[in-house]
Design a protein around this ligand. Structure first.
Ligand SMILES: *[C@@H]1O[C@H](CO)[C@@H](O)[C@H](O)[C@H]1NC(C)=O
Ligand SMILES: *[C@@H]1O[C@H](CO)[C@@H](O)[C@H](O)[C@H]1NC(C)=O
Ligand SMILES: *[C@@H]1O[C@H](CO)[C@@H](O)[C@H](O)[C@H]1NC(C)=O
Ligand SMILES: *[C@@H]1O[C@H](CO)[C@@H](O)[C@H](O)[C@H]1NC(C)=O
Ligand SMILES: *[C@@H]1O[C@H](CO)[C@@H](O)[C@H](O)[C@H]1NC(C)=O
Ligand SMILES: *[C@@H]1O[C@H](CO)[C@@H](O)[C@H](O)[C@H]1NC(C)=O
Ligand SMILES: *[C@@H]1O[C@H](CO)[C@@H](O)[C@H](O)[C@H]1NC(C)=O
Ligand SMILES: *[C@@H]1O[C@H](CO)[C@@H](O)[C@H](O)[C@H]1NC(C)=O
Ligand SMILES: *[C@@H]1O[C@H](CO)[C@@H](O)[C@H](O)[C@H]1NC(C)=O
Ligand SMILES: *[C@@H]1O[C@H](CO)[C@@H](O)[C@H](O)[C@H]1NC(C)=O
Ligand SMILES: *[C@@H]1O[C@H](CO)[C@@H](O)[C@H](O)[C@H]1NC(C)=O
Length: 494
């Protein structure tokens, strides 16, 4: 009999445990309650902020796209919603923020839209997908984009996944001649027009991707419309020189797909499939396969190898690099990352981000284990972060990105009176570049000739400035980078 996590793989994927006590931050200037990011810095990191989308036993005021700095201070909190793939990508030569938001189904797929924001956090594109999709309860959705991928290609198109509920002959895997299953689709969408440029369905290629290869066993109550059997579980797509590379988690495989949808080759973490494994080239239940250094003769793959080994007697979740020789048809494991002082077994979700090919630094998000780690070129951990209780809070993926933003909204201010004066609490959600504040006394809610009465350096997300000898009920603040004003608040009356 297969170990329990083989058949349970999909059910485990997104069903998180009960709430537990994890510390949250709160502020006087704005109504946010993000989970605290506890950091352990053990070396020098690549530059950039940390991008997370915590979900599960997170307070409603903290379940959002979140950016933190390296000290664990909040930098940005997006709207309260379930998100995934919160990242910085390039669109037409500019840095943009992208994330998926929507509803997640308990067995690990979703229905939502992809939001694209500029460096003022203005939404410049909202990508949606409509079509004749079938859902477990026959409900119709505004958009059928699944949560697993939101990848902008160099051509300025967006690659997304979608799950469709359909009936199929499952006799080859011990089922009935007509049972309900999830088909795995991907779509390439033109961002500017929202038009579909290409689409693909795993079930259309049953000859090359047979159901009998799935490690997700048909069993329990799966096979109904309400609980469809998840044979493939698509979770990553990237464009390649000659088509696409698709990750199917339940096949333990990546597939190189021609533009017409035919499979060029398969690489499996179990036995290599079309390739002969050299050394340890194993992986299973993987996420986030990416292609590097592709030529006609070779390429490299990086991926998050969940391994789904729940006990410490089994090999841990690792970050894997594979060298693929397309001529000799070999796959060689060239790098495997794990923290010997903190063995992790992540049964669902996760990501692998190669930060810099020269330094070899890698940032990994551990999915159902609410941790992130950065490794250096020697495989040593230089940074660890934790943002919730394991298996209760998850971020589907997590990243480090450089990001510079001046929000289109104004700084937030709240002034509280004290016996000797007042304290001004000030923040500017999402602003990355200011480093100090100027505080002004105003004579009315509309006055313009305001007098500077204090200044303070930025301290994390919110800065508290003690004000004495106040002769006014009106305060205004300005956020500065050095001596340059980046933004000015409304006048606050107290
Ligand atoms: C401002 O502070 C007061 C007192 O702490 C609080 O009641 C109020 O909710 C705060 N306003 C905002 C916008 O956070
Ligand atoms: C910090 O990380 C290092 C390296 O992973 C580890 O040895 C150490 O135990 C960690 N410290 C804490 C407090 O977690
Ligand atoms: C969905 O609609 C079809 C066609 O009307 C019906 O046969 C089926 O029972 C419905 N399924 C659910 C889960 O409501
Ligand atoms: C989804 O599956 C149904 C059959 O259940 C099929 O009619 C429909 O065309 C499929 N949708 C897509 C977008 O392939
Ligand atoms: C990118 O730039 C090209 C050329 O200016 C333009 O046609 C296209 O619409 C732009 N794409 C997006 C998504 O802005
Ligand atoms: C898809 O394209 C490849 C490469 O051009 C070709 O070998 C294959 O026959 C095509 N498949 C179909 C079904 O047309
Ligand atoms: C790779 O996995 C196979 C089973 O899928 C196992 O037989 C083999 O020992 C593994 N290889 C290594 C190097 O762990
Ligand atoms: C790509 O090739 C360069 C040059 O050989 C090498 O430094 C780099 O590590 C390779 N990238 C990957 C992901 O293997
Ligand atoms: C990548 O790392 C190398 C070696 O540490 C460094 O010289 C280079 O500046 C880094 N590149 C970027 C884009 O940060
Ligand atoms: C503010 O920061 C600057 C630059 O780091 C430093 O020189 C200055 O002493 C700081 N001022 C206060 C009041 O801490
Ligand atoms: C507040 O006023 C008192 C009395 O005029 C003065 O001694 C003190 O220096 C003032 N404090 C500040 C911070 O200006």
């Amino acid at each position: 009999m297969a170990p329990w996590w083989y058949t349970a793989g999909s059910t485990l994927l997104f069903s998180l445990g009960a709430a537990a006590s994890w510390p949250y931050s709160s502020y006087k200037s704005i109504d946010f309650e993000p989970p605290k990011l506890q950091v352990n810095k053990t070396g020098s990191t690549e530059p950039g902020f940390i991008f997370l989308g915590p979900r599960g036993a997170v307070q409603p005021a903290g379940q959002a796209a979140l950016i933190y700095d390296n000290d664990g201070n909040l930098v940005y909190e997006g709207p309260e919603e379930v998100t995934s793939n919160f990242m910085v990508q390039q669109l037409n030569g500019s840095d943009v923020i992208t994330f998926w938001a929507g509803d997640m189904m308990s067995i690990g797929y979703g229905y939502g839209t992809v939001h694209i924001l500029d460096n003022t956090y203005k939404e410049i594109y909202t990508v949606t997908l409509t079509g004749d999709f079938v859902t477990p309860d026959n409900s119709t959705k505004a958009s059928y984009i699944d949560l697993h991928e939101s990848n902008i290609t160099p051509q300025g198109t967006l690659l997304v996944t979608a799950y469709n509920v359909t009936q199929h002959d499952l006799t080859s895997i011990g089922g009935k001649s007509s049972e309900w299953m999830l088909d795995s689709h991907f779509y390439e969408i033109d961002i500017a027009t929202n038009e579909i440029i290409n689409s693909w369905s795993a079930l259309d290629h049953e000859d090359s991707i047979p159901l009998t290869s799935s490690h997700q066993k048909l069993g329990g109550t799966a096979g109904t419309q309400e609980n469809p059997y998840d044979a493939y579980h698509i979770n990553a797509i990237t464009t390649t020189n000659n088509g696409y590379l698709v990750s199917l988690r339940h096949m333990w495989s990546g597939y190189y797909i021609y533009p017409n949808g035919s499979v060029m080759w398969q690489i499996s973490g179990e036995d290599g499939a079309d390739f002969t494994q050299v050394g340890n080239a194993n992986f299973s239940w993987q996420h986030d396969i990416r292609v590097w250094n592709e030529t006609d003769d070779s390429l490299a793959l990086t991926l998050f190898n969940n391994a789904n080994t729940p006990t410490n007697s089994e090999s841990p979740t690792t970050g894997v690099t594979l060298a693929v020789d397309l001529v000799k048809k070999t796959v060689t494991g060239t790098r495997s990352l794990s923290d010997p002082s903190d063995t992790i077994h992540s049964v669902s979700q996760g990501s692998y981000q190669l930060l810099n090919e020269t330094s070899g630094h890698v940032f990994m998000d551990y999915g159902s284990i609410s941790k992130v780690k950065e490794y250096d070129g020697n495989g040593n951990v230089v940074f660890s972060g934790k943002f919730g209780e394991n298996n209760a809070v998850a971020s589907y993926r997590g990243y480090r990105f450089e990001w510079s933003a001046v929000p289109f909204w104004k700084p937030s201010l709240n002034v509280t009176r004290t016996s000797s004066g007042a304290i001004a609490y000030i923040s500017w959600n999402g602003a990355t570049d200011y480093d100090n504040w100027a505080v002004y006394s105003a004579s009315s809610e509309t006055s313009t000739n305001n007098q500077q009465i204090s200044s303070a350096n930025r301290t994390g997300f919110e800065t508290a400035v003690t004000l004495s000898n106040l002769t006014t009920n009106y305060i205004q603040v300005a956020a500065l980078q050095g001596s340059k004003v980046l933004g000015t608040s409304e006048i606050f009356s107290f």
